[in-house]
Design a protein around this ligand. Structure first.
Ligand code: G3P
Ligand code: MG
Length: 281
């Protein structure tokens, strides 16, 4: 866990290659590209994933939901309206219809023509290149998304490169039933989890990690998780001062729309740590 910043990581080729390594090795605060490199390219597209790989992030996070005809696709919102040329819930549309939509022009005309990817395409894109966090959107759970995701992870033989998370404890429990080998992380849900012990929250769904928003994080939560070997990842961290604060607090990973910036801030913190250890200031 990132209790101490030791050694320089993050350059291509030095990324952790398994979830075990990502979660358990004592390491600098890990850099997770939130919805892909979403500061540079339209969120949850293959382009944003490729940009996350290129910049040297150590994991990419994506959000997944379902189409009407049972395909798992990348989308954050409950509807298509904000990030595509379509409207309404994705579960009202077939994959063929969703393939017609533009998922890039809303971000910039430069990205017009970018499509909503399937989870299968996303897994193919990251395999052997970067670890991936698949976040299951709660509204997709009753549409049968969980066993589909489990099948895709198995089909692509990526158990050691994927972590599945959700705000929905039901999604994580169903994943344990669908495939107990899939590693999961619990997203802190303010309505269900406020005032509760983070360790208990994680253990009740068999999770290995705890993900929480920077606004709700407390030092006590970090201490409690670390005492029991649970890594803690914090979202969505885009400001350098906030990045520095979280590195100092010893969080294990941050989700950021700007992974390049986070890599720079982390490298500076490591250099300061080394200079301090050598008595240079
Ligand atoms: O998984 C961390 C973060 O992505 C959770 O929030 O709304 O950006 O999916 P959201
Ligand atoms: Mg997400």
């Amino acid at each position: 866990m990132a209790l101490l910043a030791t050694g320089a990581l993050g350059a291509d080729g030095e990324r952790p290659t398994t979830i075990e390594e990502f979660m358990t090795v004592e390491s600098p605060t890990r850099v997770i590209a939130h919805r892909g490199f979403s500061g540079r390219a339209p969120e949850n597209t293959l382009l944003a994933i490729r940009e996350a790989i290129a910049i040297g992030a150590e994991m990419v996070e994506i959000d997944v939901t379902m189409t009407a005809d049972g395909h798992v696709i990348l989308l954050h919102d409950e509807t298509l309206d904000r990030t595509t040329s379509g409207t309404g819930p994705p579960t009202d549309h077939t994959l063929e219809e969703i393939r017609e939509l533009d998922a890039g022009a809303w971000f910039s005309t430069v990205f017009a023509g970018e499509k909503i990817p399937t989870l299968s395409e996303a897994l193919q894109t990251v395999k052997g290149r970067i670890l991936i966090n698949i976040e299951i959107k709660p509204e997709a759970v009753d549409h049968g998304v969980v066993p589909k995701i489990a099948s895709l992870i198995a089909e692509h033989e990526m158990h050691n490169q994927v972590i599945v998370s959700s705000f929905s404890p039901e999604a994580l429990l169903r994943m344990k039933i669908a495939d107990p080998e899939v590693i999961t992380a619990t997203l802190f849900n303010k309505d269900l989890h406020t005032g509760r012990d983070p360790l208990e929250i994680v253990l009740e769904v068999g999770s290995r990690g705890f993900n929480i928003s920077a606004r709700r994080l407390t030092a006590a939560m970090i201490e409690r998780c670390h005492k029991h070997g649970i890594p803690i990842a914090v979202y969505t961290v885009n400001e350098p001062d906030e990045m520095r604060r979280l590195i100092e607090l010893g969080v294990d990973a941050v989700f950021t729309d700007h992974p390049g910036l986070m890599l720079e801030v982390r490298a500076e913190a490591e250099n300061r740590g080394r200079a301090g250890a050598l008595g240079l200031f």
